[in-house]
Design a protein around this ligand. Structure first.
Ligand code: AMP
Length: 567
């Protein structure tokens, strides 16, 4: 019999995956793995699905349907051009498209599938999903919950008893679920979320920002111009995505419209912090759901063993930071967040088939990579701080960049020191290389420090290209360093030991204070005291990594006392 496939039938995108050579993989055609969950009817009455339908949406929304998942389980007829369909039928078009794609790629008939649904789907919604499969010619051997599928990928062949939190922020929906794992059995303990919150809302905020910018310069009514709006929507999403890897995004749209015989161009820039400000309230609301889910599961943050990030929008660095600071747990980011659910569905399919499935192997950066920075502390320049640019356990290949400033507006040369490691101070990390960038042009406002963009590009062979350039890219220097690479099993990538969030905050604060003071002492030439403080800091780091709560508390007290004495 042919193998069973796994399908993630998403609100925004759908994917299909299989287990091959004992490992799950997402099927890909023409470089595309994410198939937009969009169905359209062309003007010559053909049904189109995926990217083609998404392209048509802009010009013919009356003949195109998006986000049908929100209507599953209802009997509301959906208009598609002249025809009308049930939500199941629309979903069936997507499923048939995925089935045909899989058949072409695998060269075999595909007629059985595991399909995922959100944990909050009720019985009617689950049945509608099964029927959609049947209409598409698929026997739905099992419907499984999306968070459970994601957990399957991370928890593969792990006999652990643990609690996992799955934070899923996609294009149109958000949910957070708490899963209890007892060996092979995974159960959703609680689930919370908002079915109308996701990347689309972030795009909308960016769009409003762009419109506000344009209305400051032109009196043209963009809202009435469908083509211009479509371009702006696309530009907003592109800018948002860029900001996950870079400190700012340029938005350039030429000949956007004509007004009063003049062409209107858009040419602006959005900074990452500015974008984070635009979506702050939305992200805060997700954290509220996290606490509600914990409350419903009658668990505290300390009882959670791992947090898994699922959904494309979890690539936004602020999401990672918020979870880390709220829960004191470093979220796992190793499995591509768009693919975790589909991969998990494929794993479930293989298990049903009685196949042997092995843990996924992924390429990750085993250490953080970053540069040395200096801070001005109470008027003194204190060098030696470490600023990571690529975080440990990031899937490679990857490219990330950050913006830095010179110490003074006159400074036109920077020395870039590249380090590998996790400590907040450079001396504890490994120096991989150094280079200089000179001739930095003054910033637009000559009274302000000059800007430097530093970019790290990490390839699969462990070669890291580090470049430094000015804002306009007039001056650029780069070097190549060799960093370690590692293949890790998704289920094995270590997660940090964590304690009660209040204690975690104490540890973080003490380490930060100690680091700052240590570098200040060093800068003042007070080697001996700096060395004492470093010893205490290492003791705290060790207790935090390996010790119990009592040792951590003692180490925090010891370092706080020493800081007090030295100050
Ligand atoms: P999903 O529903 O999981 O496929 O997620 C789709 C959403 O993720 C869309 O809103 C995308 O714009 C968003 N997304 C994908 N990649 C990124 C990224 N690098 N940074 C921010 N959002 C992203």
């Amino acid at each position: 019999m042919n193998r069973i496939v796994g399908i993630d039938l998403g609100t925004t995108n759908s994917l299909i995956a299989v287990v091959e050579n004992k490992r799950p993989r997402v099927l890909e055609r023409g470089g595309q793995r994410l198939i937009p969950s969009v169905v359209g009817r062309t003007d010559d009455n053909r049904i189109i699905v995926g990217q083609e339908a998404l392209n048509q949406y802009v010009l013919a929304p009356e003949r195109t349907v998006r986000s049908i998942k929100r209507k599953m389980g209802t009997t509301e007829p959906v208009k598609l051009g002249d025809g009308s369909h049930s939500p199941e039928e629309i979903s069936a078009f997507i499923l048939r498209h995925l089935k045909q794609m899989a058949e072409e790629i695998l060269g075999e008939k595909v007629d059985r599938a595991v399909i995922t649904v959100p944990a909050y789907f009720n019985d009617a919604q689950r049945q509608a999903t099964t029927r959609a499969g049947q209409i598409a010619g698929l026997e739905v051997v099992r419907i499984i919950n999306e968070p459970t599928a994601a957990a399957l990928v991370y928890g593969l062949d792990q006999q652990a008893n643990q609690y996992l939190m799955v934070y899923d922020l996609g294009g149109g929906t958000f949910d957070v679920s708490i899963i209890e794992q007892h060996g092979e059995i995974m159960e959703v303990r609680s689930s919370h979320g908002n079915v109308h919150l996701g990347g689309d809302d972030f795009d909308e905020r960016v769009l409003q920002h762009l419109l506000a910018h344009l209305s400051g310069e032109h009196r043209y009514d963009f809202k009435e111009d469908r083509r211009a709006m479509a371009r702006l929507v696309r530009a907003a999403e592109r800018a948002k995505t860029k900001l996950s890897d870079a400190p700012y995004a340029k938005v350039t749209e030429e000949f956007l419209a004509r007004y009063d015989g003049q062409a209107i161009h858009l040419n602006t820039e959005i900074g990452r912090e500015e974008f984070e400000g635009m979506i702050e309230d939305l992200l805060d609301s997700t954290i509220e759901s996290v606490h509600k889910a914990l409350g419903d599961a009658t668990l505290t943050a300390e009882q959670i063993n791992r947090v898994l990030l699922v959904g494309g929008s979890t690539r936004i660095p602020r999401v990672w930071e918020l979870i880390k600071s709220e829960l004191g747990i470093e979220p796992s980011i190793e499995v591509n967040p768009d693919e975790a659910v589909a991969l998990g569905a494929a794993v479930q399919a293989a298990i049903i088939d009685g196949d042997d499935v092995q843990t996924m192997l992924i390429d990750v950066s085993p250490h953080s990579l970053g540069v040395e920075v200096a801070s001005i502390i109470m008027g003194d320049l204190v060098p030696g701080f470490y600023k990571p640019i690529i975080r440990r356990n990031t899937t490679i290949p990857t490219t990330k960049s950050e913006r830095f400033y010179t110490i003074s507006p006159q400074q036109d040369t920077v020395e870039v020191s590249v380090f590998q490691g996790e400590s907040q101070v450079c001396v504890d990390n490994t120096l991989l290389g150094q280079f200089k960038l000179s001739g930095l042009p003054p910033s637009e406002n000559p009274e302000l420090p000059r800007e430097v963009i530093i970019e790290f590009s990490y390839n699969l062979n462990g070669v890291v290209e580090v470049s430094a350039r000015d804002r306009r890219g007039e001056r650029c220097e780069m070097m190549t360093v060799n960093a370690a690479t590692g293949k890790r099993a998704a289920s094995e990538v270590e997660t940090k030991h964590h304690f009660d969030p209040a204690l975690e905050q104490d540890v973080a604060r003490s380490l930060k204070e100690a680091t700052t003071l240590e570098l200040e002492l060093e800068a003042d030439g007070n080697r001996e005291d700096a060395e004492r403080l470093r010893g205490a800091r290492h003791a705290l780091e060790e207790a935090h990594e390996q010790g119990g709560e009592k040792q951590v508390r003692e180490a925090v007290e010891a370092i706080e006392d020493l800081i007090y004495d030295l100050e």
